[in-house]
Each structure stands twice: as C-alpha cells, then as structure tokens.
Design a protein around this ligand. Structure first.
Ligand SMILES: *[C@@H]1O[C@H](CO)[C@@H](O)[C@H](O)[C@H]1NC(C)=O
Ligand SMILES: *[C@@H]1O[C@H](CO)[C@@H](O)[C@H](O)[C@H]1NC(C)=O
Ligand SMILES: *[C@@H]1O[C@H](CO)[C@@H](O)[C@H](O)[C@H]1NC(C)=O
Length: 278
C-alpha cells in the first residue's frame, strides 16, 4: 500500500536521536556503550581537536516518569539512549550531530557561526519549480539509502547486549517513518505481552516539541541529501480547507478511484511502498 506522505510529514522522533549512527551500529561500540564517531574534518572523535565537542558521559533527566508508564528497565527507549550507549558526543557552540560535524538549525558556515534564517512556505504558494522540486526531493529521499543512519531491527536483549548487532539500511525518508514508529510503538514485555498504553511522542505535552524537532531533523537530512541548503518543508494551511485540498495528484495524491485505501495511480507517490523493518 502506498504511503500517504503528508500524514507522515505532519504526523510524525526520539528526542535527540536519529536512530543509530552507522558508525556506532556495531558490537565494538555497543559493548563499550560508546558512540563518539570521528569528525572527518580533523579525524578526532566529536571534532574535539577543533573545539567542536567532546565525548562525554550522557546526563539523564531525573524528572519523574508520567503515570502512563509504570515500568522501569523493560524498554530500550527508557532514558534514551542509555540502554545502548552511555557516552556520546556533546557538541559545543552551534555545532550538532552525532560527531558534531553539523551546524545547529539556523546556523551555517565552516564554523557554524553565521545565522541563517529559513522560511517555510505555504505549499499552495510554491512556484512550479519549487513545487516539483519538493516532490522530486521526497522521491529522492524515498529511494536513497541513508549514509549516516541505520535502524535497529531488534531489541537490545535480542542483540545479546551488543554481541550480535541487528541493524539494517534504510532510505533517508523511511528513517523518519521508522523513528516515528519506534517512538510510538508498544512496550514489548516479553513473549506476546505488550503494553499498549504508551506513546512517547503523542498524548502528552511532548507532542509539539517532539514533532517540531522531528521536522527540523527531516529538513536537515533533505538538505544534506540534495545539497540544497535553502530547502524548507512547505506547510499546509488547513484553516479554511473544507476537505483535504492537498489530496490531489498535483500535490500529495488523490484517492484511488475504486480502492479507497490506495492512492490514485496518477499520483506521484502511488509506487511508494510501506517501509518494512521487523
Ligand atoms: C557505561 O557502560 C560501560 C560498559 O558497559 C560500563 O563499564 C560503565 O560502568 C557504564 N557507565 C555508567 C556511568 O553507567
Ligand atoms: C574556523 O575555526 C578554525 C579553528 O578555530 C579557524 O582556524 C578558522 O580560521 C575558522 N574559519 C573561519 C572561516 O572562521
Ligand atoms: C545482558 O545484560 C543484562 C543486564 O546487565 C544481564 O542481566 C543479562 O544476563 C545480559 N545478557 C546477555 C546475553 O549477556
């Protein structure tokens, strides 16, 4: 079934994480519980030699958990990413990223010191070039393997605490689909027992900030993929919409004339497949 992409774009991150940096998805890093990849600019972990950051023990919040989650020590997502890694890069200044190789949002330049204002546009006000460029970028992201990140296909326990890593490649687009799934999925309690009343990205005050960061990271990965530093995600202003006015083949895809669960065959996205992981 084709994926309806705007629902992902609007609807959809573990805070601070982009699933697993490829550089750390191996048993050596898992057993040492350390994820401090080198920054290629100077060959040092976290770009430390250039003052970009350093490899530090993670600091966890001591705020109490909400009542929705009555467990401790059962879910890999608790105190993320402490189950997998307890040392990661802590970036300084306006550097960010798993190896402090990137600039924080709205910063640019070789040392990330230039402010850069990015403005998102109404999808209906894009010019023809911007419109087709957006659709082409989505398609490129859907069909390009992420260079920097992989996704976990098993739990930490299934990975025998790191001795048998379980990761796989994913496309830049599906990485974000997966993150959204991963943060919202049920807690696996062993066997067929699951705790369904949990969702770490929705149903609580984290909803808006989580999704804002999610979209910022998504924009960031699209910029890296396309080299277009000025790319922003268009928004859909639905305040006066009487229906889904972006659900047309010109935009995110109309409904299939006879199979309402599918996208119209004339849609740009009708050939997209649902991402499969587990
Ligand atoms: C971090 O993980 C390593 C490897 O398991 C362990 O030796 C170390 O004690 C851990 N540090 C903390 C603060 O948990
Ligand atoms: C960036 O920072 C490095 C190290 O501090 C410095 O040598 C270099 O001149 C800076 N480059 C620019 C363009 O500011
Ligand atoms: C994994 O670590 C947990 C907690 O430290 C321990 O109880 C368990 O025996 C370990 N499992 C394996 C397969 O090493």
């Amino acid at each position: 079934m084709p994926l309806f992409s705007i629902s992902i774009i609007l609807g959809i991150l573990p805070l601070g994480s982009s699933q697993f940096p490829r550089a750390c998805a191996n048993s050596d890093n898992l057993l040492r519980k350390e994820c401090c990849p080198t920054w290629p600019g100077d060959g040092s972990p976290c770009g430390e030699l250039s003052g970009r950051g350093s490899c530090r023990e993670i600091r966890l919040s001591d705020a109490p958990l909400g009542p929705q989650f009555p467990f401790s020590g059962v879910d890999d997502r608790e105190n993320w990413p402490a189950v997998f890694y307890n040392k990661t890069c802590e970036c300084s200044g306006s550097f960010m990223g798993y190896n402090c190789g990137d600039c924080k949002f709205n910063f640019a330049g070789p040392n990330c010191t230039e402010r850069k204002l990015q403005v998102r546009k109404d999808i209906f006000k894009l010019n023809t070039r911007e419109h087709y460029q957006f659709l082409a970028y989505l398609n490129l992201a859907k069909h390009t393997t992420s260079r920097d990140f992989v996704i976990a296909t098993g739990t930490y326990a299934q990975m025998n605490n790191g001795t048998t890593p379980m990761f796989q490649d994913t496309s830049v687009y599906d990485l974000f689909v997966w993150m959204h799934y991963y943060v919202s999925r049920d807690t696996l309690l062993g066997g067929t027992n699951v705790w369904r009343d949990i969702d770490f990205a929705h149903e609580a005050p984290g909803f808006l900030p989580w999704h804002r960061l999610f979209l910022l990271l998504w924009e960031h990965e699209i910029r890296k993929l396309t080299g277009n530093e000025d790319f922003t995600i268009p928004y859909w202003d639905w305040r006066d919409a009487e229906g889904c006015d972006i659900c047309t083949d010109e935009y995110m895809g109309d409904r299939h004339p006879s199979k309402p669960n599918l996208l119209s065959p004339a849609s740009f996205f009708s050939s997209w497949q649902v991402c499969t992981g587990r």
